[in-house]
Design a protein around this ligand. Structure first.
Ligand SMILES: [Zn+2]
Ligand SMILES: [Zn+2]
Length: 253
């Protein structure tokens, strides 16, 4: 995870042959800096895969698309592409249908629609060399169809956006609070913990909780919710929290 949270999201997923950037919600300069910190660079990217058009996921994208040194193909759903302000340039787009299965280099990508207030938002399940990675952030709740896609993952990035009590007493206007809590908003710590307690696969050795709200959540609270839920299941899952301002550790399989 290069960054995770309401102010910007990006992650790198790579095999020996293929490098995919998942979301581009940081400036090009910041993305380059964070990639360099793990020995990677923008020029080597094969693909940029976008979950949805909210600015915390695409703010750096038009600049990346305009840069001649970056050869990556941009993948996003057919309906998402027109929602982005590309400026003068015609981006190198590979549009797909939400729910489609893609092959990018040697990585299999299963997209799936997620309940969120964007035009056509998706999550992803990646598979390469027998390793499965699930990405599900920016969703109001977890329907059964998404639980299905998140099964058998070795690493799961799951949203833990807000603490309901902090959100209720916090500074957001009531309309925004309602939006965040709605079925097309963001996952609360409570709903995240319910998923861990009931549905998390025992094959998921690495759980990464992300997209924490800076105003309405705290890593210590997220950790408490998750630890309790995992203990309830007797799972020895390794849990970490992805940060907004610095890259996470590199997970290797
Ligand atoms: Zn969003
Ligand atoms: Zn977001």
């Amino acid at each position: 995870m290069l960054a995770s949270g309401s102010s910007g999201n990006a992650a790198l997923l790579a095999t020996d042959n293929t490098r995919i950037l998942v979301d581009a919600g940081l400036s090009m300069k910041e993305l380059a800096k964070r990639l360099a910190s793990i020995g990677e660079n923008l020029e080597a990217l094969d693909a940029i895969l976008i979950t949805h058009e909210h600015s915390d996921h695409v703010s750096g994208l038009p600049v990346l698309a305009r840069n001649k040194k970056i050869a990556a193909t941009i993948y996003m759903t057919r309906l998402t592409a027109p929602a982005i302000d590309w400026g003068e340039t015609e981006p190198r787009l590979e549009p797909f249908q939400a729910g489609a299965r893609l092959r990018i280099g040697d990585i299999d990508v299963q997209s799936f629609g997620i309940p969120h207030d964007a035009i056509d938002p998706v999550g992803f399940a990646f598979e390469a060399e027998g390793v499965r990675i699930g990405v599900a952030t920016d969703l109001g709740y977890i329907p059964e169809s998404i639980k299905f896609h998140l099964r058998r993952t070795d690493l799961l990035l799951l949203e833990a956006n807000h603490d309901l009590d902090m959100l209720k007493v916090g500074p957001y206007p009531w309309s925004v609070k309602q939006r965040v809590m709605s079925r097309v908003g963001h996952l609360s710590n409570l709903v995240m913990a319910e998923f861990l307690a009931q549905d998390l696969d025992s094959s998921t050795n690495n759980l990464v909780l992300g997209h924490l709200s800076e105003q309405n959540n705290h890593p210590a609270i997220v950790s408490m919710f998750a630890t309790q839920a995992l203990a309830q299941r007797g799972l020895a899952t390794r849990m970490s929290i992805a940060a907004q301002n610095s890259p996470s550790e590199v997970f290797r399989f």
